[in-house]
Design a protein around this ligand. Structure first.
Ligand SMILES: *[C@@H]1O[C@H](CO)[C@@H](O)[C@H](O)[C@H]1NC(C)=O
Ligand SMILES: *[C@@H]1O[C@H](CO)[C@@H](O)[C@H](O)[C@H]1NC(C)=O
Ligand SMILES: [Fe+2]
Length: 403
């Protein structure tokens, strides 16, 4: 028996629960980083056992299944709608990568489908037995956050970057894969890249995002993008755009042109909600990470596009603290043209004035899309319940700009 998983799909069916982010740590009273978990890979797997299984959405009615084996094996997934009855099968591809002296296992990539909406599918990948689940990980905070997320029956997890914090040490990518497998093999995990995923060392390893791109293949081809670093997808009345903070975002860039065309294609009668994820936040009143070009320059370049498209919510990562802004009010009172005249200090003050809440805590957020017009966001700290909660109404029919 291979790894057996259960994937539930919720296409075009509301309500939906979306999780955003894995870890936020405090800036002002940063909680201790947390004990690192044991990441040594004492291996109980056979060389052909599937490991680090995770799934992601791949087009309107398909799922991508990814896993790793120590040696090359066929990339085949068997699946079906009843447990133990895998009457359909798909075959994909596999590859591996080198990073200095590290050589990855064989990374398998198989797309299954078409799948029926609102149906639970059971699948297994590979042939071999892999009975052992090993709870490895990065820090005790990560594990705590994952345990909280696991309890809540979500449909899709969205992560705005900084996944494994491998920071050049490739075995941490593997331990992260093991850590998230119990959740990521059950529900789609949709991610974008953070600065910790770049992993470029001039001269020694010039390529950027080697491990990230090899291990976390997102549906960029399906969304007409040329790069795994920016893409979009639809799920349950929501169009989600994943932007890349660490790839070119200037006016003449592939990313900017792709974003323009992707926004043009959005049909708010079909997807009344429009969310954007980006790693480096465009608004941030923390002292940390002020003035980084991935924040300021990217905002100056792309914000008007998002604003005019009536994007409902932008989620960001990077700063290890929770903060929520109300941007539309801000834009209402202070048109873009005026903002460029602000000094940096003034700007931080303005940003503070639109900040509704900030707190130093580890946790995750849940966005419950109730229907086409209402969604509720709640922030969940690992230590206690729901310190922040807010209702959104879709901007789909908003008449827009006020300038
Ligand atoms: C697989 O089995 C289910 C019943 O368990 C059936 O409804 C479905 O049509 C079968 N699919 C194929 C491809 O045979
Ligand atoms: C959507 O959900 C909100 C909140 O539960 C409710 O007040 C509203 O009537 C719902 N709208 C529709 C069209 O069902
Ligand atoms: Fe970051």
């Amino acid at each position: 028996m291979g790894v057996a998983g259960k994937a539930a799909l919720a296409y075009h069916v509301l309500p939906m629960l979306v999780f955003v982010g894995l870890v936020a740590a405090g800036e002002y009273v940063r909680p201790p980083a947390g004990r690192s978990l044991d990441v040594s890979l004492s291996n109980n797997y056979t060389p052909t056992s599937p490991q680090q299984v995770h799934i992601s959405l791949a087009g309107d009615d398909k799922m991508r299944i990814s896993w790793i084996t120590h040696i090359p094996t066929p990339s085949t997934v068997k699946y079906g709608t009843s447990q133990g009855m895998y009457n359909a099968s798909s075959t994909g591809t596999s590859s591996s990568y080198r990073y200095i002296v590290y050589r990855s296992g064989q990374i398998h990539d198989v797309v299954i489908g078409p799948l029926e909406p609102s149906t639970t599918y059971y699948y297994k990948c590979g042939y071999d037995s892999s009975p052992e689940y090993r709870d490895l990980g990065q820090t005790v905070w990560t594990r705590s956050t994952l345990q909280h997320i696991g309890k809540s029956g979500y449909d899709v997890l969205l992560n705005p970057g900084d996944l494994a914090y491998a920071d050049y040490y490739q075995p941490f990518w593997d331990s992260f894969g093991h850590l998230v497998e119990p959740l990521a093999s059950q529900r789609p995990w949709m991610v974008t890249q953070g600065n910790h995923e770049v992993e470029r060392i001039p001269v020694i390893h010039n390529e950027r995002f080697t491990a990230y791109n090899a291990r976390w293949h997102m549906p960029f081809e399906e969304s007409g993008s040329k790069s795994n670093l920016f893409y979009s997808f639809d799920v349950s009345g929501v169009h989600v755009i994943m932007l890349g903070s660490y790839t070119n975002f200037e006016l003449n860039s592939d990313q900017y042109k792709w974003l323009e065309s992707d926004l043009r294609k959005v049909d708010r009668t079909r997807t009344p909600w429009l969310f954007v994820l980006v790693h480096a936040p465009w608004y941030n009143s923390n002292v940390a990470h002020q003035g980084e070009k991935e924040s300021t320059r990217m905002k100056d370049t792309m914000e008007t596009l998002l604003y005019n498209a009536h994007v409902d919510i932008v989620f960001a990562g990077h700063v290890h603290a929770y903060e929520r802004f109300v941007i539309r009010d801000y834009n209402h009172f202070s048109p873009f043209s005026g903002r460029h005249a602000c000094t940096k200090t003034k700007l931080i003050n303005v940003v503070r004035s639109i900040s509704r809440l900030e707190m130093a805590s580890f946790g995750h957020g849940q966005l419950r899309v109730v229907n086409g017009s209402h969604a509720q966001w709640t922030w969940h700290r690992n230590d206690d319940v729901q310190p922040d909660s807010v209702w959104f109404t879709s901007l789909a029919s908003d008449s827009g700009c006020v300038v």
